[in-house]
Design a protein around this ligand. Structure first.
Ligand code: NAI
Length: 393
């Protein structure tokens, strides 16, 4: 099947980049910017500029013009062959519900990045033959320079892992994504690989916990805002390693008991070395791999101001609001299905969810009040590994 008509869902950095590059690469592009004010600003910016300009990290610039920009799914979805969410995971469910009535049976819907649990949540709303897919990450580090007019790509990945369901559609989807994104798609055999292999679930909550678990609650000056990745100490790398080992033991148990191929889920160290092979100066340990990665240089921990020159950690950051409910909690729920204890995960979840004002674990059990708003398999009737296997295959 030749896929030419795409809809980009979102109005942020990634949606600007994909909307423009898709048009440049010959696709018919619609943008569904679900926030009305954003759709209006995008339309205005594109009209004034003649398209969205992308400043690429190789120094070149291209101008791509989406054909339709709208806040209305009844205009954005019908006739579209490939619908791609490029927005934070906490917006996925609501938008899937809004678009579902307008989907064609041949449509394919996916997320970039998909985060953990996308397969369970999306399959509760959209059924086969509509296809679903997920990419492990956004292929670009990108920032809007001027809304609706210009976006800058700061870095591009050469390869991104992806999975699709049903698997018969994977070939067409991945071929299209390679043309659209201009990179190599590494196919993985199931969406669970993308969920469990979500590295953000380890790195972001793990480092936040490590950096702020001793914080005394007092605001600090700008010069004391910790570096995020370069701030990884031996102790913090121990937490990250503990989380990674627990993810791997969940993977291995599910692989063994369900006979599913999850070989694409790798340890944090292996992922780092593969993803950043040329940027890491000292690869001898997990800590040194974080501390000496040029791609991470100078990036600070998320903070917010509470008065002039005074800062506190930003616990409403996406490092927690995305990577805990759409990451670590899903893996914790899979650990429960696999009957594995994950003490490091429990320690991190307990602390960071308290900071976020959420409850996922209660007395160490997966029964907190905010679980209902997460895409854990148990919320979709998957209560044991047999049901998990059935849902994934
Ligand atoms: P962004 O912050 O630029 O875009 C957010 C957009 O999502 C908003 O403009 C809005 O259109 C939509 N949105 C947010 N909340 C919504 C809600 N409640 N209802 C409806 N729409 C809502 O995000 P960006 O940078 O485009 O990132 C997209 C995803 O890619 C995120 O998951 C982000 O963590 C991830 N990512 C982004 C990178 C980047 O360099 N921009 C790098 C790696 C991952």
């Amino acid at each position: 099947m030749s896929i030419r008509r795409i809809t980009v869902v979102g109005g942020g950095n990634g949606a600007h980049t994909l909307g423009a590059l898709g048009a440049v690469r010959g696709f018919e592009v619609k943008i569904w910017a679900p926030i009305t004010q954003e759709a209006e600003s995008l339309k205005q910016g594109v009209a004034e500029m003649g398209g969205i300009e992308v400043l690429l990290n190789n120094g070149s610039r291209v101008l791509g013009r989406p054909q339709i920009i709208t806040d209305d799914p009844s205009q954005a979805i019908p006739g579209s062959q490939l619908i791609i969410f490029v927005l934070p995971a906490f917006a996925h469910k609501d938008l899937l519900l809004k678009m579902a009535p307008y989907l064609d049976q041949e449509s394919i819907v996916g997320a970039m990045p998909s985060r953990s649990g996308f397969e369970f949540m999306s399959r509760s709303i959209i059924k086969p033959p509509v296809g679903i897919f997920g990419l492990q990450t956004l292929p670009w580090a990108c920032r809007i320079r001027e809304y609706g007019k210009q976006v800058e790509v700061l870095g591009t990945k050469n390869q991104v892992s992806a999975a699709a369901d049903p698997s018969q559609k994977a070939h067409d989807i991945f071929e299209t994504l390679e043309l659209l994104l201009g990179l190599e798609i590494i196919p993985t055999p199931n969406m669970l690989t993308i969920s469990l292999g979500n590295v953000g679930q380890i790195v972001h909550p793990g480092i936040m916990y490590g950096l702020f678990r001793q914080w005394n609650g007092k605001p600090f000056p700008a010069e004391e805002i910790p570096l995020f990745y370069q701030g990884v100490t031996g102790e913090i790398s121990g937490i990250l390693d503990g989380l990674s080992r627990e993810v791997i033991s969940v993977k291995e148990t599910i692989e063994e008991k369900c006979a599913l191929d999850l070989s694409g889920v790798v340890s944090l160290q292996e992922w780092l070395l593969t993803s950043y092979q040329d940027s890491i100066e000292d690869k001898t340990s997990l800590q040194s791999s974080f501390n000496t990665n040029k791609g991470y240089k100078g990036l600070k921990a998320p903070v917010r101001t509470v008065g002039e020159g005074k800062y506190i950690p930003d616990f409403a950051s996406r490092y927690l609001t995305e990577d805990v409910p759409y990451g670590l909690i899903v893996t914790r729920a899979l650990a429960q299905l696999a009957r594995i204890s994950v003490p490091v995960m429990d320690e991190v979840i307990t602390a960071v969810s308290r900071w976020m004002g959420r409850e996922y674990l209660s007395k160490g059990e997966l029964c907190g009040r905010d679980l209902l708003h997460t895409p854990i398999p148990q919320n979709y009737g998957i209560k044991d590994l047999t049901a998990l296997k059935r849902a994934i295959e």
